[in-house]
Design a protein around this ligand. Structure first.
Ligand SMILES: [Zn+2]
Length: 421
């Protein structure tokens, strides 16, 4: 069986289009996958390629934790400088309008120099940005936010009674659908481990502001959540916890960062992660088994999710990431890993998933489909992508383990620690 299906297929593997077709990198070039031996030819139509996949890859590389890995680890395609609109200061509050158009919390330093506080900002429905002037403070912020967003969170707000300060503490408990509000009690001082809560006012015309929630760290170390009443504390906490589950600052700790940018940004758009990794999974299957296989109707759901974002692709909860982290623990952080895994189902069917580690830290396992006919998978379903050399290697499982022996070291501990949140 040829693993590189060069036979001409009459429709695109993602949509009913009959062409024209363009060559598609099995693993996106922007991720260092531009190895000419790993291309899909005559399988992906030009429209899917240019109107959906190119923007999706751009978003992924800019608006997910991958952006962080890319900035620090990938020498080419480095993103620098935001020379467009200079930031402008809103006079009334200590908020600065970022060049992208949303407000960020600041303090004023010497000579009224604005210092962007370390923070996460929710923009629109589920876009956001992690930002701060100082990279070390941002790391501290992420760590304290992770500690605070535990199984239960206490938020404290001031609701003055006749002008006298009155503190109310509310507990929120992590459940299957995110944080749920528990009981509220009156306290004299904020509990030690708590998040200070401030209402974010709507616009003057009553509409929701462009940023509906911000969680930041004041210079005294206090973590503050500013959120609109309409969005609610529960949803904001849930969003920020999910973002933290997707962020990994371990990689940065290992780097000697030269010339850090003045403002350190990390964007995130969670749904893009799942879509892009799922697309790589389908591409890998088409590459390994051929285009006809991935046209099986049971792949319709995941393809629709890849093309449209609906239904939303579920990402792996943090607590399940430790074992995958171990599989890739021997792989240098200069390489991405991808594995196609098949699990037997009833009546000789199987379910398929793609497992990955990107930029040494972004770990995911995404289901590609269930009730599928057992594919004629070759043994070599492990891929290592050297994104600095732009080279992809295929391995059998045992060869992969021999080439990159598992290491149960600090990284594994870090993964366990993260899963304890
Ligand atoms: Zn197409």
């Amino acid at each position: 069986m040829s693993s590189n299906d060069s036979g001409f297929s009459n429709t695109c593997i993602y949509c009913p289009s009959i062409g024209p077709f363009t060559a598609e990198h099995v693993i996106p070039a922007g991720l260092g996958g531009d190895d000419r031996r790993f291309m899909l030819r005559g399988m992906v139509c030009k429209r899917c390629n240019t109107t959906i996949f190119s923007p999706l890859e751009r978003e992924f590389l800019r608006k997910t934790p991958a952006a962080l890995g890319r900035i620090f680890l990938q020498p080419e395609g480095r993103r620098r400088g935001k020379t467009s609109n200079p930031p402008k200061l809103e006079a009334r509050s200590k908020v600065l309008i970022a060049p992208e158009g949303y407000p960020v919390e600041i303090e004023l330093g010497s000579r009224a120099q604005p210092i962007v506080l370390p923070q996460m900002v929710l923009i629109g429905e589920r876009d956001g940005q992690t930002t701060g002037s100082d990279e070390m403070l941002l790391r501290e912020y992420v760590e304290s936010a992770r500690t605070l967003l535990a199984a239960t969170v206490t938020c404290v707000r001031n609701e003055p009674v006749e002008g006298v300060r009155s503190l109310l503490a509310t507990t929120y408990t992590w459940g299957p659908d995110g944080y749920e509000r528990g009981e509220t009690r009156s306290v004299s001082e904020p509990p030690l481990q708590s998040i200070w809560n401030i209402i974010l006012e709507p616009n003057e015309d009553g509409s929701e502001p462009s940023s509906r929630a911000r969680m930041f760290r004041r210079e005294n170390g206090q973590i503050v959540l500013r959120v609109t009443e309409k969005l609610g504390v529960e949803r904001a906490l849930t969003f920020f916890r999910k973002v933290l589950e997707q962020s990994n600052f371990e990689v940065m700790a290992a780097r000697d960062i030269q010339n850090p940018p003045v403002r350190f940004d990390m964007s995130f758009q969670l749904d893009v992660i799942g879509r892009l990794i799922a697309k790589i999974g389908i591409n890998l299957l088409a590459y390994l088994v051929g285009s006809d296989y991935v046209k099986h109707p049971e792949f319709q759901k995941i393809k629709r999710a890849i093309l449209t974002g609906d239904p939303e692709i579920q990402l792996l909860p943090t607590e399940q990431k430790a074992s995958i982290a171990n599989i890739f623990s021997g792989l240098p952080i200069t390489q991405h890993g991808f594995i196609i895994v098949a699990k037997p189902g009833p009546f000789r069917t199987c379910s398929l998933a793609v497992v990955t580690r990107l930029y040494g830290s972004l770990i995911e396992m995404i289901s590609l489909g269930e009730n599928l006919p057992w594919p004629d998978l070759p043994n070599h379903t492990f891929f290592a992508v050297d994104y600095q050399m732009h080279r992809i290697e295929r391995y059998e499982m045992l060869d992969f383990v021999r080439a990159f022996p598992f290491r149960f070291t600090a990284r594994g501990d870090a993964a366990n620690e993260a899963s304890a949140i």
